[in-house]
Design a protein around this ligand. Structure first.
Ligand code: ZN
Ligand code: ZN
Length: 356
């Protein structure tokens, strides 16, 4: 793993063994969790899904056409404990109510759960000393996101409803894929490429001067984002940027379990580009839009609109090599101010706030 010269301050000049030792100390978030660890976890999860969950799910759902999550919720919770037995699982109103609960619950658990893991184990809390890190920023990010997510869930549930009703091209079994297993893997790649392209143009549109202030400005309040800024969008902004994930299965065949896996991955990625961990393997730096790239988007607006890749920023002329990788990032400014004595320990606005 290659670290940038302007990487996080926390492990500056410390050998790896010492970095690990801090795990038992006060700075428990200093553990060098990085993209390699996340990568291994994702790879393990993917292998588990492919060789355990997919075959088991296929055995159980030979005759089912309902959506995976709704099925599981109906089977284990909603039918036995929540809804009256007289209300059929296929009832439209019951499906919409169930989807509303599940979508809000899922979004909150993913956002707060993964956001907290990132905040405590990956996010470098020294960034809270940055002059542009706002007073009580983490609390404000969480409050804004938790207010927007229920509103975003309304149109999202409408799309999920159409998926559940069988109007999408989601399929239950790998042999339903037009290309079998190769099609399964191909859809993984095309999902990322398709959504990356759509989000680039939607995001760029949201920066147009006629719509920016209306919908996208709230997300740019956070100049130095924390992981909790990841979902802190105006509801219209959040829905528009999430729309490509919902459009894809209406246009292209996609396995339901894979769709669920990709949905979780998308949430992890969105948090990861706001986590302040600017390290990227050197070989991937030109192609991957990481936290260093997205931090420059928050700071300088008209650059790095992409989600996963730098491809569309390069094609669209909006690519900017991350300042954090050039020794001019947020950490570099903090070090400079500290060296000049302009940033005492108690100057960090976040340090003294309730979030920590
Ligand atoms: Zn952002
Ligand atoms: Zn933006």
């Amino acid at each position: 793993m290659i670290r940038s010269t302007s990487g996080p301050i926390r492990n500056h000049n410390k050998p790896a063994v010492m970095r690990n030792c801090t795990l038992i100390g006060r700075h428990f978030y200093d553990v060098p969790v990085n993209s390699a660890v996340v990568g291994h976890l994702l790879a393990f999860t993917l292998v588990h899904i492919l060789f355990t969950v997919v075959p088991e799910y296929e055995q159980q759902t030979q005759d089912l056409t309902m959506d995976l999550v709704l099925n599981v919720a109906d089977h284990y919770v909603l039918t036995p404990y929540v809804f009256p037995a007289s209300w059929p699982e296929e009832g439209a109103l019951r499906q919409i109510l169930s989807l509303l609960v599940l979508t809000n619950l899922g979004a909150a658990v993913l956002y707060l759960g993964l956001g907290a893991i990132s905040y405590f184990f990956i996010f470098d809390h020294d960034l809270m000393k940055h002059p542009q890190f706002l007073e009580n920023q983490v609390r404000r990010e969480i409050k804004y996101a938790m207010t927007s997510l229920p509103v975003i869930s309304l149109p999202t549930v409408a799309l999920f409803f159409y998926e559940v009703r069988g109007y999408s091209k989601l399929y239950d079994n790998v042999h339903d894929s037009p290309l079998g297993w190769p099609g399964f893997f191909l859809s993984m790649v095309s999902f990322l490429l398709f959504t990356d392209m759509c989000i680039y143009w939607i995001h760029r549109f949201l920066h147009h001067r006629l719509v920016y202030k209306l919908f996208h400005k709230p997300h740019h309040v956070w100049k130095i984002p924390s992981p909790f800024a990841s979902h802190a969008f105006h509801p219209v902004d959040g829905f528009m940027q999430g729309l490509p994930y919902h459009i894809y299965p209406f246009m292209f065949p996609l396995h339901k379990v894979l769709y669920l896996g990709l949905y979780v991955f998308v949430n992890i990625w969105t948090i990861s580009i706001h986590d302040g961990d600017y390290r990227i393997p050197l070989a991937l730096t030109p192609a991957i839009n990481g936290s260093a790239h997205h931090t420059d988007h928050h700071l300088f607006f008209d650059y790095n609109y992409g989600q996963y890749f730098t491809l569309w920023d390069r094609l669209g002329g909006s690519y900017r090599h991350p300042s954090a990788l050039l020794g001019k990032g947020p950490h570099d400014l903090i070090r400079k101010l500290q060296a000049e004595g302009k940033l005492g320990e108690d100057r960090g606005k976040g340090r003294g706030s309730k979030e920590e």
